[in-house]
Design a protein around this ligand. Structure first.
Ligand SMILES: [Zn+2]
Ligand SMILES: [Zn+2]
Length: 370
């Protein structure tokens, strides 16, 4: 099957639009007609080598926040059928490894192939027209109007949910919201800092508002994010392009915050988040750091004597197969905002513009609409 895709062929080069050829789905795989895909920061990490890349031998199709309609199914597929609407999970939780059995599907051992999307026999399902196997980010490659993915990446969605409104539930909504609810288990009346106001940070703010946080300090280098942050529940805003993050947190709180959520994956802001928490406080690292980043500087004496914690969180700390359906039900009930999180739609051909807008701070979340 031919499809039109945004491909990465070299490091630090823009996406190029090309036709690619997909194999038929194997027994445990499905073919999906993509409706919309979120423009997430993690896809950008594939362009600059922040994750382990292998250009130019393996061109890559990124895109891991996809929604679509099942078009073809392999003969052993049981959980979805042709015509079903699905949200894609970027972790193909196998259901059988130690972590999946413990209910931690977000930590599935299949994560070993998260970047290349190669199957257990190291084969790829998608190829360039000049004959190269493509990597398929997170087994998905949803910057393409059609994909072949493992059945285990598909989460079935009720047909009364407008698919084009919900691609972000495949990554940034559960990641941000879940980091507050499940990883930090933030309590009513708490104080918190959220650094980095893309889709993940804004949804951490939604989570904090939902638990009744008393102080929610939002911080970003883009000063124009303030209005959005306040609309979602922030009580204070720090413009990091002009103000010192840690200093401002102490001006607002006097003693630091209970929780600091770092949603950028940058060493300096991770260090600042640790400095911004008070005794007994928790720094939660939500943004994924580059593989080049070897460590951060932390005052370990203080960490112990002040009984502080630093925690990582993946996919919001829960299996996407638990969290995505739950968040969709919450969206239907009107207790979590999805529509307002998507601030602009783009065509696939406009993908480089969509990323330029992301870095200019023009969106909470941009979405490619097919
Ligand atoms: Zn597993
Ligand atoms: Zn993402």
């Amino acid at each position: 099957m031919r499809s039109k895709a945004a491909i990465l062929r070299e490091l630090n080069k823009p996406f190029v639009i090309e036709e690619v050829e997909w194999d038929d789905p194997r027994d445990d795989e499905i073919g999906v007609r993509i409706v919309a895909t979120g423009v997430c920061h993690s896809d950008w990490h594939c362009t600059n080598g922040a994750y382990q890349m292998d250009f130019p031998d393996h061109p890559m199709i990124a895109g891991h926040e996809g929604v679509g309609i099942v078009e073809r199914v392999g003969k052993n597929v049981h959980r979805v059928k042709e015509g079903d609407h699905i949200v894609m999970s970027w972790m193909a939780s196998c259901g059988e490894c130690e972590w999946c059995v413990k209910g931690l599907g977000q930590l599935c051992d299949r994560g070993e192939h998260l970047i290349d999307g190669l199957r257990d026999d190291y084969t790829s399902r998608v190829h360039t027209l000049d004959g190269k196997d493509c990597w398929q980010l997170s087994f998905l490659g949803a910057f393409s109007d059609y994909c072949v993915i493992p059945e285990r990446c598909a989460i079935k969605v009720d047909k009364d949910i407008p698919l084009e409104k919900v691609p972000i539930v495949g990554c940034r909504i559960p990641t941000g919201w879940g980091s507050v609810i499940y990883t930090a288990q933030a309590d009513q009346g708490c104080t918190a800092l959220v650094v980095g106001l893309g889709g993940v940070g804004i949804n951490a703010i939604q989570g904090l508002k939902s638990v009744g946080a008393r102080i929610i300090i939002a911080a970003d280098i883009a000063g124009n994010k303030e209005q959005w942050a306040r609309e979602f529940g922030a009580t204070h805003f720090i413009d990091c392009s002009k103000q010192d993050l840690v200093e401002e947190v102490y001006k607002i709180t006097g003693i630091g915050v209970d929780y600091a959520f770092e949603c950028c994956g940058i060493g300096k802001t991770q260090e600042d988040c640790v400095k911004a928490i008070h005794k007994g406080g928790h720094a939660v690292f939500v943004g994924v750091a580059s593989i080049e980043q070897k460590g951060i500087e932390v005052n370990l004496n203080k960490l112990t004597l002040f009984q502080q914690s630093i925690r990582g969180t993946c996919y919001g700390g829960r299996s996407p197969f638990e969290l995505v359906p739950k968040l969709l039900e919450m969206y239907k009930c009107g207790i979590i905002k999805f529509d307002e999180v998507i601030t602009k739609e783009y065509k696939l051909e406009e993908i480089n513009e969509a990323y330029a807008d992301m870095f200019a701070g023009k969106n909470i979340c941009g979405v490619i609409r097919f």
